[in-house]
Design a protein around this ligand. Structure first.
Ligand code: ADP
Ligand code: MG
Length: 704
């Protein structure tokens, strides 16, 4: 194996060392094989089986030399996490021993038993066969003792059973349409257009020994009970604060693990809530960023275990404390390195920039529902609209300067008072605007930040695939409409100007530069006709709205059957999540909370009896009052637990998953909240030594 110590410094010694990347390929493949593989990676050319065999052999040798004994086709089923089934490289040798073997066929295609993964009706369980197909655009890597080969996962009939296939299709759709536009602007040398993403990942770290004492964290990833601690996040002393030594050690270890896998972990800091932190990598091509984010989430949890910690990725682990999101920083660029969302130097480049900007504005307005759907989960419902994260209404923030430019175009007025001429695209050079000035608004769900858009509605546990699939597809649709109109236009510049102006006029309702956390915005948004789907059951069924099916199938991102299956799976997921939470609450209330409160009440009563035995005249006002309050709360906890249980049982009567999800939203969620209210009140009144699990204070301030 070639060593990388030619680079300076220790990180570069091991950076990417567990990845079968371009560098390793070049070093370990013949020139011919390398060239063919590159063609497949860069241009999607078909892979010859002899090339696959050579790549497989080199991959195996490299993996074995790095300690691997197994390989797996690593894929992202619709559960939203990653799946793997390990096979060892060993193969019987004629002399009775074993050899390490791995063929091109095994590299290209796998056949995991797919019956236990959700398919939303796409594949009856008796047709258990599903295929995984190698995605050569995302490098293979070693995790533990296993060579992981990123793959797409589809059914026997060719329908996608995963997120990666759809993501790749959406990237291709956007590429197709963006190339048409670039040709119109005379860009002949560009071979392809790709989207890039830098996802900022938020998470909580809590001590493992405390986590293990809480059934709610173990079963659901979030606390279902818990009174507010005396101190929360009100002092704002955690955000960007000094990182505690134990957390710093965790972050250092995490970085090292990520760097070995070629993940460009770059920024880390404390977040708003106590025990909350953030990690951001340097952005990369969307497909790779998606794989890397999935790996990052897994590794965050694995490294936490090593440090006696637990990494919580749930969107709302603690009520009343900031939740965790994921910011999807997204841009479009050419293979020649031009960021199409960055204003350029020449009039033409600027017109091109404005056209792409308008394509995004139009896409976000036309498909605001799809963007909302792409981040909808039971977990994220606790965050969106809860006055800390963006509201459930999608809107775009552009900033004053860009807004000024769009206003000038819309109204045919001069951009600056000093300018005489009105803005005509292709003639005027856009005035330069400072990038920093565009990122002042942290409350917008979809903010332009100088050369990229930041989509902030994603939940911390979401796969970024979904949001990017919808975003890419919707922008592809805008670009298609533009390209259809521009191709064959006699007066290109005139048509361009007219189209940009029309987009601004038709879609300005989606632009909102004010405070997205403000309640008056929701009223204003309703007046503008923007959709507002506060919960998952509210929005998911809209996947099947005619315009959405039409657009997504026209660009070949989804088939109609695939869309129906997504709708089904997302609702099913929602139902399962909330039912597990409700059952966990019932269990905790009956087996832990009620006995604790009752035990303390009994102790108080014993105390009163003991006092009264000394003298009937001794005052017991404090105890008696407390006993009365606790007894009332005990009854309330018991009855609210029964009501919750009954509501869950009633769900069995639902005719389908949509009805079940709506019943959960209307009849279960409220009962969970009601039970929690009385249980949390009881916590504040019960002696600490009786309380059966760690409190918010201990969980949030336990890592020192
Ligand atoms: P902030 O918290 O101010 O939003 P961060 O530095 O935490 O900024 O995160 C910004 C993210 O945006 C990083 O992941 C970064 O790599 C990514 N990013 C920067 N430029 C681009 C771009 N052109 N396209 C996509 N992502 C980008
Ligand atoms: Mg950000």
């Amino acid at each position: 194996m070639k060593s990388r110590s030619v680079f300076i410094g220790t990180v570069s010694d091991y950076f990417d060392c567990l990845v079968f990347d371009d560098w390793v390929m070049k070093a370990n493949l013949s020139a011919d094989v390398y060239q063919s593989l590159r063609k497949t990676i860069d241009q999607g050319a078909r892979l010859d089986i002899s090339v696959a065999n050579a790549v497989a052999a080199a991959m195996k040798d490299w993996a074995v030399a790095n300690g691997a004994t197994h390989y797996t086709h690593w894929f992202q089923p619709l559960t939203g996490i990653t799946a793997e089934k390990h096979d060892s490289f060993i193969s019987p040798a004629p002399d009775g021993g074993v050899i390490m073997d791995f063929s091109g066929k095994e590299l290209i295609k796998g056949e995991p038993d797919a019956s236990s993964f959700p398919s939303g009706g796409l594949r009856a369980t008796f047709e258990a066969r599903g295929y995984t197909a190698w995605d050569p655009t995302s490098y293979a890597f070693i995790k533990g003792k296993t060579l992981c080969i990123p793959t797409a996962f589809c059914s026997y009939g060719g329908e996608a059973l995963d997120k990666k296939t759809l993501l790749l299709r959406s990237m291709e759709a956007l590429n197709r349409q963006a190339m048409r536009i670039l040709k119109l602007f005379g860009n002949e040398e560009v071979k392809c257009v790709r989207t890039s993403v830098g996802p900022e990942q938020e998470y909580f770290l809590i001590p493992r020994e405390l986590y293990e004492k809480r059934k709610d964290l173990i079963y659901t990833g979030r606390t279902l009970f818990g009174a507010r601690p005396p101190k929360g996040q009100e002092m704002d002393d955690h955000y960007f604060g000094v990182i505690k030594p134990r957390v710093a050690a965790y972050m250092a270890d995490l970085n090292e693990e990520l760097w070995k896998l070629g993940i460009l972990a770059k920024t880390e800091h404390n977040e708003v809530a106590p025990a909350q932190h953030e990690l951001a990598p340097i952005y990369s091509t969307t497909n790779i960023a998606t794989d890397h984010n999935q790996l990052t989430m897994k590794i965050m949890q694995k490294v936490a275990a090593k440090h006696g910690l637990v990494c919580l990725l749930h969107e709302k682990p603690f009520a009343g404390v900031n939740g965790s999101g994921k910011h999807n920083n997204w841009s479009i660029s050419t293979d020649t390195g031009v960021n199409l969302l960055s204003p350029g130097e020449t009039p033409y480049e600027n017109a091109q920039f404005l056209l792409f900007l308008c394509a995004v504005i139009k896409a976000v307005d036309d498909y605001q529902d799809l963007l909302r759907i792409s981040v909808a989960t039971a977990g994220n419902d606790h965050r969106l609209g809860a006055n800390e994260a963006p509201p459930a209404v999608v809107s775009i923030f552009l900033g004053d300067e860009l807004q000024g430019i769009l206003d000038a175009i819309e109204n045919d007025t001069p951009y600056e008072a000093t300018r005489k001429k009105t803005m005509k695209l292709g003639v005027d050079v856009l005035p330069r605007f400072a990038r920093d000035a565009t990122d002042r608004n942290r409350t917008s769900p979809f903010a332009f930040t100088g050369n990229k858009f930041e989509f902030r509605m994603l939940g911390s546990a979401n796969s970024i695939a979904c949001a990017n699939i919808m975003l890419n597809a919707a922008v592809a649709e805008s670009l298609k409409i533009y390209a259809d109109r521009l191709e064959g236009a006699e007066d290109f510049e005139g048509r361009l100007h007219e189209m940009i102006q029309k987009t601004i006029r038709d879609h300005k309702r989606i632009i909102f530069n004010g405070n997205g956390y403000d309640d008056t915005w929701l009223e204003e948004a309703a007046r503008r006709g923007l959709s507002n789907y506060p919960t998952t059951p509210d929005c998911i069924p809209h996947i099947m709205d005619g315009k959405n099916v039409q657009m997504l199938t026209a660009h070949k991102v989804f088939s109609e059957a695939e869309l129906r299956s997504r709708c089904e799976i997302l609702l099913e997921n929602y139902c399962k999540t909330v039912i597990i939470e409700a059952n966990t609450m019932t269990d905790m209330a009956r087996k832990q909370i009620l006995p604790a409160v009752q035990g303390y009440t009994a102790e108080l009563a014993d105390g009163v009896a003991a006092k009264k035995a000394v003298s009937a005249d001794i005052a017991c006002g404090y105890e008696s009052g407390l006993i009365a309050r606790l007894s009332l709360l005990t009854d309330q906890i018991a009855s609210k637990t029964d009501e919750l249980e009954a509501a869950v049982l009633e769900l069995k009567g639902a005719v389908d998953v949509t009805q079940e999800a709506c019943a959960i939203r209307d009849a279960v969620i409220g009962k969970m909240a009601a039970l929690r209210t009385v249980a949390d009140e009881a916590e504040t009144l019960t002696a600490e030594r009786y309380w059966p699990f760690p409190t918010y204070g201990e969980l949030l301030f336990g890592v020192r």
